[in-house]
Design a binder for this molecule. Structure first.
Ligand SMILES: [Zn+2]
Length: 358
């Protein structure tokens, strides 16, 4: 990874881009990808697309989602405590004792903490559970008026005050929102590789950073109808199952460092999956396999089931501790996934017809 890629990685991963408020992240992403594409478009809700060969008839999407899970301020008590509800699949269990940032409507970052009753005073028989009506954010205010004087309002988003770090001499990245801003990083790097190697693609490439995935694939649904692609290669993260309390029988046998995960699922087109596997094997890129029954739960579903059906596949990055502040990924897997997307883009032919029955 060169210095400019690394600078982008940290800047992009450390910004806040909660579902519905992705503007800041999208601006960083667009600024980075702009030199590598011919033009870009954005849609009403903030999905951003960097396009190579915009006039080409055949359209290929590589995709990631730009949003991160967060909390909404839902109620402010007389004593000045903020009660929050989830924006996306946030985890009540991990909230107590965490530091947070409340994002005011005027763009101010107001610090706070998720407090929790002391171990000394809790009822041992009936330990309180972190949930919607028990966790509260304390911004150092003792009344609702004081909270409002700080500029906090109902509907403000709250994110954990956590940032990207490295473990084991840089082998692993740890942080908040690697799900799935690391995908935005990887697709941008694939496009950069195309440009730096002077590759002239014979089709239109649409690097798509979609908003609002965490609340049900909404950004991908919107942009799929706008782009009307012929093929979509979607990135997201998937569970590493090596750490304690995971279940390989139920969740598959996936390990950080063993390469990208190619998912089999009804929405994943088997002919696209075959192309990915063959490309990985020809280029000696190690990969892992996993299965999703019914939906993949990723933007793959949104693309596959749009526009009367779009040939789609899911390339997942193994990740530990999803939806916590210590999500963990392997730098080797990131490099392998970028290379797999890049090599696959070189294989795709304009007009390529993936239909099962011709
Ligand atoms: Zn997620």
């Amino acid at each position: 990874m060169d210095a400019s890629s690394k600078k982008f990685l940290y800047k992009y991963l450390n910004c806040n881009s909660p579902t519905g408020f992705e503007k800041a992240g999208q601006e960083i992403w667009l600024e980075y990808i702009r030199p590598f594409v011919d033009e870009y478009i954005t849609d009403t809700y903030g999905t951003a697309v960097g396009i190579v060969n915009p006039s080409a008839e055949y359209r290929v999407v590589i995709e990631a989602h730009a949003d991160e899970i967060a909390w909404y301020v839902n109620y402010i008590s007389d004593k000045g405590y903020l009660y929050v509800i989830r924006n996306g699949g946030s985890d009540y269990q991990i909230a107590p004792s965490m530091r947070v940032i409340v994002h005011s409507s005027s763009g101010r970052r107001i610090p706070g903490v998720f407090g929790w009753p002391a171990v000394h005073v809790r009822d041992k028989k009936e330990e309180p559970k972190p949930k919607e009506d028990t966790i509260t954010v304390d911004c150092g205010c003792q009344s609702r008026d004081e909270v409002e004087e700080l500029g906090i309002q109902i509907g403000n988003v709250v994110t954990f005050d956590e940032y990207l770090t490295e473990l084991n001499r840089g082998k692993f990245l740890v942080g908040r929102a690697l799900d799935n801003r690391i995908g935005g990083f990887m697709i941008a790097e694939a496009v950069k590789r195309i440009r730096e190697n002077n590759i002239h693609l014979p089709y239109g490439l649409y690097a798509t950073n979609a908003v609002q995935e965490e609340i049900g694939l909404k950004g991908a649904e919107m942009i799929a109808h706008k782009i009307r692609p012929h093929l979509a290669l979607v990135t997201d993260v998937t569970h590493d199952t090596q750490s304690p309390l995971y279940n390989k029988i139920k969740q598959g046998d996936i390990s950080l460092g063993k390469g990208p995960v190619l998912i089999t699922a009804p929405a994943v087109h088997n002919n696209v999956l075959k192309l990915l596997k063959e490309t990985a094997e020809e280029n000696k890129i190690g990969y892992q396999r996993a299965v999703s029954s019914r939906a993949t739960g990723t933007d793959t579903d949104a693309f596959a089931y749009s526009n009367s059906g779009v040939a789609s596949a899911l390339i997942a990055l193994p990740l530990k501790y999803m939806h916590t502040t210590v999500e963990m990924v392997s730098l080797r897997d990131i490099e392998a996934l970028i290379e797999l997307i890049y090599r696959t883009l070189l294989e795709i032919k304009p007009g390529q017809d993936f239909r099962y029955i011709k």
